[in-house]
Design a protein around this ligand. Structure first.
Ligand code: SF4
Length: 481
């Protein structure tokens, strides 16, 4: 049996997003595979375990789907030869990190499903909470699953609903009545590209335009990368269909605004700082978090530094608010992927040092305020503080741009079980002592809606109250055997 992914090794004490999606329809009949490839590059931070692209030609008499996927980073999986073989003006791509379902090639997406109405390709970001019931229901009526991921359940339900209704978007609408949880989906049928966002809007999804091409993708940074202009976000609960007649919208599944629950962690950590989600700049949001930390947890010091990358903007915000100079204390090795061989316990090398080194000249003899986005188990933070002190920092004051993690996430983020969370087991003062910090301050809970521009957000991993009731049992990783 595979080890459950959300209980991953202590060396990697960061949270991970599950996936990124990118779809495009070219009305001029241009090949789209290379644009998807570059779009996935821009979304690589959302998933580094596997990736894939599926394309089809809407002008061919009978549409067929070409697809290619594999384990690894986008540049590791796709060669120019592999891309050249993907012919079509309509396509969808996916990058994946697994929070449910194992890390295997079969579980890579897009999933391509051949059924009586033709072919569907599906790319999914998020996590469903009623997968066991849905999967059992499908299995009882003859479904044979090729993968262990909930996205296949979604694809099967869409295919079945499509047999009862006239269009794929109607089938997706009916499917949305059955599936519960977090999802931003892109579905490619032979003639259409359809994007759908769950009614709570947990995961981002937006629309872009480049000449005579429409794009649907997870983050606006992917639009910038391929030279497309941002059109708008897909609304929570909205289905957007792009076909030969243009772009159509179905908002019948949308909830009233205050019931929605965007994942606030997109702003704190997951999304790229150059993305704008639901009208709120991720960079501005992090800057604000830093400013609030300076207001709520001031301390005298000589230098404010961020733990790269997501701590940097918050550190700048702290500096702007406090007047304490902002500086760089860390050099990050950008070439270390998630899958590098981790040093053994007796080895003198450490994973943290392989990824991050301290600029001793910048910190020696100084009182440092170090800003990080979160503390999960605490196993990385203590090593970084030790590194700063070994490099000559006289004091290290830690400020965290999120509140303490106290609960699991069931909606696509690999927050580990509660008993592994340092804040569940210890008070803030105890955590400070464990980490060896001179002081410790977290972002106050009431600041979260403020950094998200007043949007209705999910704060479940901090409060235990989620936009919709979580499953009674922790079903993450349920189907890996
Ligand atoms: S529980 Fe936390 S990580 Fe999960 S969706 Fe809500 S805010 Fe995001």
């Amino acid at each position: 049996m595979e080890e459950k992914k959300f209980c991953s090794g202590i060396e990697d004490d960061r949270l991970h997003e599950e996936c990124g999606v990118f779809g495009i329809y070219s009305y001029d009949g241009n090949e789209v595979a290379s644009t998807i490839y570059y779009g996935l590059f821009a979304l690589q931070h959302r998933g580094q375990e596997s990736c894939g692209i599926a394309v089809c030609d809407t002008n061919a008499p009978k549409a067929k789907v070409d697809s290619y996927k594999g384990m690894g980073l986008v540049n590791e999986v796709f060669s120019s030869e592999a891309l050249d073989k993907l012919k079509g003006n309509l396509g969808v791509g996916h990058v994946r990190y697994s929070t449910a379902g194992g890390s295997t090639r079969e579980n890579a997406q897009p999933l391509v499903l051949h059924y009586i109405k033709g072919t569907l390709a599906l790319a999914h970001n998020g996590n469903l909470i009623n997968t066991p019931e849905l999967r059992e229901e499908l299995a009882r009526t003859g479904a044979i699953f090729q993968t262990t991921i909930d996205s296949e359940v979604v694809a099967y339900i869409i295919a079945r609903e499509r047999l009862k209704c006239g269009t794929v978007e109607e089938a997706i609408r009916l499917t949305m009545d059955k599936i519960k949880g977090a999802y931003s989906l892109i579905v490619m049928s032979p003639r259409k590209l359809v994007g759908a966002r769950d009614p709570f809007g947990f995961k981002p999804l937006c629309i872009g335009k480049r000449d005579n091409e429409y794009i649907i993708t997870s983050e606006s940074c992917a639009l910038d990368t391929v030279g497309a202009e941002f059109v708008r976000d897909v609304l929570p609960g909205e289905i957007v269909t792009i076909d030969k007649d243009g772009i159509h919208s179905d908002t019948s599944a949308c909830l009233s605004g205050h019931k929605t629950g965007r994942c606030v962690f997109e702003y704190i950590y997951f999304a790229r700082p150059d993305s704008v989600i639901d009208g709120i700049s991720v960079y501005q949001s992090r800057l604000m978090a830093g400013k609030y930390l300076a207001i709520d947890h001031p301390v005298e010091a000589d230098l404010v530094v961020g733990v790269p990358e997501s701590g940097n903007a918050a550190a700048l915000g702290y500096s702007m608010q406090s007047g304490i100079p902002y500086g760089t204390a860390f050099v990050k090795n950008s070439y270390v992927g998630r899958t590098f061989i981790k040093p053994g316990q007796k080895s003198r090398e450490s994973s943290v040092r392989v990824k991050l080194n301290v600029l001793a000249e910048a910190v020696r003899g100084k009182r440092i305020i170090m800003i990080d986005d979160s503390i999960v188990r605490g196993t990385t933070s203590d090593r970084i503080i030790t590194m700063l002190k070994e490099a000559g920092a006289t004091e290290v004051h830690v400020r965290i741009s999120s509140p303490p993690f106290l609960y699991e996430c069931f909606f696509g983020t690999d927050v580990p079980e509660r008993k592994q969370l340092i804040a569940y087991n210890h008070s803030i003062e105890e955590i400070r002592q464990i980490l060896g910090a001179d002081s410790l301050g977290y972002l106050e809970l009431e600041r979260l809606p403020q950094i998200a521009g007043g949007l209705s957000i999910c704060m479940g991993c901090f409060t235990g109250t989620y936009p919709l009731n979580p499953p009674e049992e922790d079903i993450r990783g349920e189907f890996q055997e």
